[in-house]
Design a protein around this ligand. Structure first.
Ligand code: FMN
Length: 178
């Protein structure tokens, strides 16, 4: 395997994205930083930039860092991963791409969804309020789908789908085999 300079940058509210970012950095022997530690000027020396953030109401936390700088990032390989609670069906993944990126960004970014989890107890006050409103909405909804049922039960029992195996496609997309 050839060594390439890789940086992993992440933003994580409750630790799910952080754990995946750490697995990826370990496997690739890459440097790893939280988003607030990095400026766009810092990334020039890296061949591959990997950004990860949790999904919040469909948006990838901190994705503006990538999207606003897409022209600068074009000369690098850019990978984005999102973590969330949903199962990650093809439709859900297409929605994630279409609501976070325009066509040009989609062309320049390799996107992966890594299933995270949900821990109500670790949320900020604001997120607790938002999620309590969503819980009320779900409670009154008829014919919940499986994801919605899972979501409701996750309020009572933290749910954790993080699995190191889930990063293998992302890792394989950048490692050069000789
Ligand atoms: C306010 C709020 C909104 C969320 N919206 C979504 C969502 O749209 N899709 C999803 O799959 N998960 C959603 N989740 C679950 C988070 O994306 C999931 O817990 C993620 O792994 C968190 O990553 P982090 O702890 O690294 O920030 C939401 C969680 C909260 C608290």
């Amino acid at each position: 395997m050839l060594s390439i300079e890789t940086i992993v940058i992440y933003k994580s509210k409750t630790g799910f994205t952080k754990r995946y970012a750490e697995f990826i950095a370990e496997d690739l022997d890459a440097e790893i930083y939280e988003l607030h530690e990095i400026k766009i000027e810092d990334i020039d020396k890296y061949d591959t930039i990997i950004y990860g953030g949790g999904l919040y109401a469909g948006g990838i936390n901190g994705i503006d860092f990538i999207n606003k700088n897409i022209d600068i990032l074009k000369k690098h390989k850019v990978i984005v991963f999102a973590t969330g609670l949903c199962s990650g069906s093809d439709d859900e993944i297409n929605n994630m791409k279409n609501s976070n990126f325009n066509q040009e960004q989609i062309k320049n970014i390799d996107f992966f969804y890594l299933r995270g989890g949900f821990n109500f107890n670790n949320l900020s006050i604001v997120d607790k309020v938002l999620m309590t409103l969503m819980k009320l909405k779900l409670k009154f909804k008829k014919n919940l789908n499986n994801d919605e049922k899972g979501m409701l039960s996750a309020y009572e029992h933290p749910i954790d789908f993080v699995d190191r195996e889930n990063i293998s496609k992302l890792i394989n997309s950048i490692t050069i085999k000789i």
